[in-house]
Design a protein around this ligand. Structure first.
Ligand SMILES: [Mg+2]
Length: 267
């Protein structure tokens, strides 16, 4: 039984319905739905550093079976870079939006991405130098974006934020700051997860389906709003209370994995 709670949205889905009803609708009509899944904190539990997350051994195949049931209309929508995210789910290669939509691989394998500017490259080098002075703070070079993680050294939260704001100012137009859980990121402002979901919905096999977006963080709010506007369903993994546009919530990545596993198993 999934513990889920309606958080008061009164749109397409009736108040009182639980996230498990959304899953049961998908299960009884899998070719009518498209599923958009965040990775960190949603499919998998967050870890102390971004490199120490663990993928449950059975998860790649669960997603593989579920994707088959959905006729391929399952996409990952993540802040991670594509090669990293692909490695997590080997041997499967799902359609995916990486770096919050800065790069996107369609169902047919085509990859679209925006290229970093010279000013961005210079700011990235400066940030790498700055981060060395903060023990426990990690800089993640995502090529077209850059993130600084301070989960292991929260005392540097303010310094990291101020430094990232200065870096953003030095880069000039075309980039924006994105704050997440113990992380601040600079990335192209032309991309967000909502736009990535809408781009998928313009293409087969996603087009014409009811979109369902599942995420856990502020960066996922853009895709919640996008699917809400299309008459879809949005579910946020919420371990502590948070303001959200999502219509439904689930208590943990584990509860989501149990639901996905049950949907994948049904034939
Ligand atoms: Mg997340």
């Amino acid at each position: 039984m999934i513990e889920a709670e309606n958080i008061g949205f009164t749109g397409m889905f009736d108040v009182g319905r639980a996230a498990e009803d959304v899953f049961s609708d998908i299960s009884s009509n899998p070719l009518g739905y498209a599923l958009f899944l965040d990775i960190d904190g949603t499919l998998i539990d967050l870890a102390a550093t971004p490199d120490t997350i663990r993928i449950p051994a059975e998860l790649p195949d669960i997603l593989g079976r579920l994707s088959q049931r959905l006729g391929g209309a399952l996409a990952l929508v993540t802040g991670r870079a594509l090669p990293y995210a692909d490695r997590l789910f080997e041997p499967h290669r799902f359609p995916i939006a990486g770096l919050h939509g800065v790069e996107r691989r369609c169902a047919d394998g085509r990859v679209a991405r925006s290229m970093p500017t010279p000013a961005f490259e210079e700011a990235k080098r400066e940030l790498a130098r700055a981060a060395k002075a903060w023990p426990g703070v990690l800089l993640e070079d995502k090529t077209a974006a850059v993130a600084i993680h301070y989960r292991q050294a929260p005392c540097y939260a303010m310094e990291v934020d101020v430094t990232m704001q200065a870096a953003l100012a030095s880069i000039g137009p075309g980039y924006e700051l994105q704050r997440g859980k113990m992380v601040v990121e600079i990335r192209p402002d032309s991309a967000d997860k909502g736009r990535a979901v809408l781009a998928f919905l313009d293409e087969p096999p996603f087009t014409g389906r009811i979109p369902v977006a599942i995420g856990d963080d502020v960066t996922d709010e853009a895709m919640f709003k996008a699917v809400n506007a299309c008459g879809g369903a949005s579910i946020r993994i919420v371990e502590t209370p948070a303001e959200t546009a999502a219509q439904w919530r689930l208590p943990s990545p584990q509860s989501l994995r149990a639901a996905l596993s049950a949907m994948a198993a049904r034939s």
